[in-house]
Design a protein around this ligand. Structure first.
Ligand code: NI
Length: 622
């Protein structure tokens, strides 16, 4: 019996396709945007009832330019629901992207524009159709569009982005699969050839083997997609859109299993680029909602992507015909030594107590075009949860004439410029700290003025206030007050008489530079606040809405929170926006060493004392 939150299997994906093809009344041209587990709602899961395995399916029908979706019951074979979603565009799927690129490469106007630039061998050309956004351009309204970016491969053939064709942007109608126009903003010389990504000669010869050995095996146990490690209990999940999802995160505290998060995922991201000229303003990517992270997960390789004693989880994606596409080793899990956990030396007696920190790592990597994103979740022995993005791959390159200086980017190789951009991720945490009734608080450090209560100017007050409703709970970081947020359970107290809580500890972060009145800014309003909290609703999963491809303004978080629902002792969802500005360096070319961005959730009065006092010391080695 699969667990209700287990990802769909290959057979289940195939069964869902059969139901849709048979009962949804689509014509033959229709293709599958998404076939993924229809996750049971919180109440259904809690009911303890046996729940049917169901698939959420979204299709696009080119003949009618319609996006349709519904629920297929895999056990009964019934199509439980099916609807046309008015005025939206499905995500761009990989097969569609390839087809769009091929249409461009056969277009006479495109061939002419390439010839003007000395490019004639189409086998070396990469045309990438990107989601076109929504810029109120009349001829684009109601069309299913892609705005393309183009490159020529390097001579070594291992970098298809090696020589950017700047200023050339075919606009493709993906419904009819035709080029509707070619935006050509003038010839920029192709950069000279660029180095191979993988050097074959002169590799370092001074690196000795480093082996990670766990002679007695790992300390985790796995049952299907359920994981237990140290005191942690976690379910690994998968969505075709978000990729890695974690469910039912709980901590075994004595004889109590204490829930912390019901569901956690990276729910949306947007990467706006900062060059205003030519067609560059259209360069931005909602990688989750416009393309899907889950269908782009890498099949990981032991010894390359992952080192040590690894447990892999497989997932099942699909192509646009609905053929199941298994991704073996899509999610990696292993343990890491993480340095010191805690230490005390009694300087009087000389007694030293120290224990090493072990962490459980659950991760997935996705390759979207030029770029690679890693999503790493860490579980620590002291109850801390860490989240880390690892960004690598090829920085999105454009061309610039030799001798010219970039104004909105950086020169990263001769004739190659990378435009400044921001990576912004929205993480969604469906919280259940000691149960489903939680509250949200903001904590700040405040220095009162010198006066009777603070004669020496050293006083620091803690201002801890409740964020009672959704409009109140839209917050930015503040370095001056070290602001952070916590989710408490006002119905549960620790030994000190305070509500049990987890706090969200921001790390390095950024604020958007994209103007909030810009088209992309209005479609990604989530990025203007680091912290949001909302009242739980089953279908409020994606902060820029369900259909960001060519979406209008204000979908998702801004729309839902207008209701200003109460967050007091309520079923609460929190959202954290993590961003970093990226001005690529020459060192990021031809492939970028990993850039890290991270934050943590830490217990804050969840336990009565350090919960890791029982971690045994390691044997001293001599
Ligand atoms: Ni970047």
């Amino acid at each position: 019996m699969p667990h209700p939150l287990d990802p769909l299997t290959k057979n289940e994906v195939a069964a869902a396709v059969e139901i849709i093809r048979r009962d949804a009344g689509l014509d033959k041209s229709a293709w599958f945007e998404t076939i993924t587990l229809d996750e049971p709602g919180k109440a259904e899961l809690a009911s303890g009832k046996t729940l049917p395995r169901q698939a959420y399916v979204c299709c696009y029908e080119p003949s009618s330019n319609r996006t349709l979706r519904g629920i297929a019951n895999i056990e009964t074979g019934a199509l439980e629901s099916w609807e046309h979603v008015e005025g939206v565009q499905a995500r761009i799927v990989p097969n569609e992207s390839v087809a769009g690129g091929n249409v461009v490469k056969a277009d006479k106007r495109f061939l002419e524009a390439c010839a003007k630039r000395g490019v004639t061998d189409m086998d070396l050309v990469l045309v990438e159709p990107w989601a076109a956004g929504n810029f109120d351009i009349e001829e684009e309204q109601g069309e299913r569009l892609a705005y393309c970016h183009c490159w020529v491969s390097n001579d070594a053939g291992d970098n298809r982005y090696g020589r950017p064709i700047a200023n050339l942007h075919p606009v493709v109608d993906l419904q009819r699969m035709e080029v509707i126009r070619i935006d050509d903003f003038g010839v920029v010389p192709l950069p000279p050839d660029t180095n191979s990504i993988r050097q074959s000669e002169n590799l370092r010869d001074d690196i000795k083997p480093l082996e990670i050995i766990q002679p007695d095996g790992p300390s985790f146990t796995v049952d299907g997609y359920g994981v237990e490690w140290q005191r942690w209990k976690i379910r690994v999940g998968y969505s075709l859109r978000e990729g890695l999802v974690l469910h039912n995160i709980a901590y075994q505290d004595g004889d109590r299993v204490r829930p912390i998060m019901h569901r956690a995922s990276m729910a949306e991201m947007v990467v706006p680029y900062g060059h205003p000229g030519g067609g560059n303003f259209r360069r931005n990517a909602f990688d989750t909602g416009e393309y899907g992270i889950g269908n782009a997960l890498d099949s990981l390789k032991l010894g390359c992507d992952c080192l040590g004693h690894i447990h892999y989880f497989d997932v099942c994606s699909h192509d646009w015909n609905g053929n199941p596409k298994e991704i073996k080793n899509a999610v990696c899990m292993h343990e890491e030594d993480f340095g010191l956990l805690w230490k005390h030396t009694d300087t009087h007696s000389g007694n030293m107590r120290a224990v090493r920190s072990r962490r459980l790592v659950i991760s997935a990597l996705c390759t979207i075009g030029n770029y690679v994103y890693g999503f790493f979740w860490y579980f620590y022995q002291d109850g801390t949860i860490g989240v880390e993005i690892k960004a690598t791959g090829i920085p999105f390159p454009s061309a610039i004439a030799l001798g010219e200086k970039p104004k909105y980017g950086a020169l990263i190789a001769p004739g190659v410029e990378a435009h400044v951009h921001q990576h912004t991720f929205s993480f969604r945490f469906d919280m259940c700290v000691d149960g489903n009734r939680n509250s949200v608080r903001e904590v700040e450090f405040e220095a009162p003025p010198i006066g009777p209560d603070n004669p020496n100017g050293n006083a620091v007050r803690i201002v801890d206030r409740e964020l009672k409703s959704e409009l109140e709970a839209q917050r930015e970081m503040n370095m001056a007050s070290s602001r952070y947020w916590k989710v408490t359970n006002p119905n549960e107290q620790n030994a000190l008489g305070n509500s049990t809580a987890y706090k969200l500890v921001p790390g390095a972060n950024a604020l958007p530079l994209l103007n909030p009145q810009s088209s992309v800014g209005k479609r990604s309003a989530f990025m203007y606040k680091h912290f949001w909290a909302t009242a739980y609703a089953d279908d409020e999963l994606f902060p820029a809405g369900w259909y960001p491809n060519q979406s209008g303004p204000g979908e998702g978080l801004p729309k839902w929170t207008k209701a200003d629902r109460s967050l007091e002792n309520a079923d609460v969802v929190t959202w954290y926006t993590l961003g970093f500005n990226h001005l690529p360096r020459p060192e990021d070319w031809p492939v970028q060493p990993v850039v890290y961005a991270s934050f943590h959730w830490m217990p804050d009065g969840f336990f009565d004392e350090n919960p890791a006092l029982d971690v045994p010391p390691n044997k001293p080695q001599t």
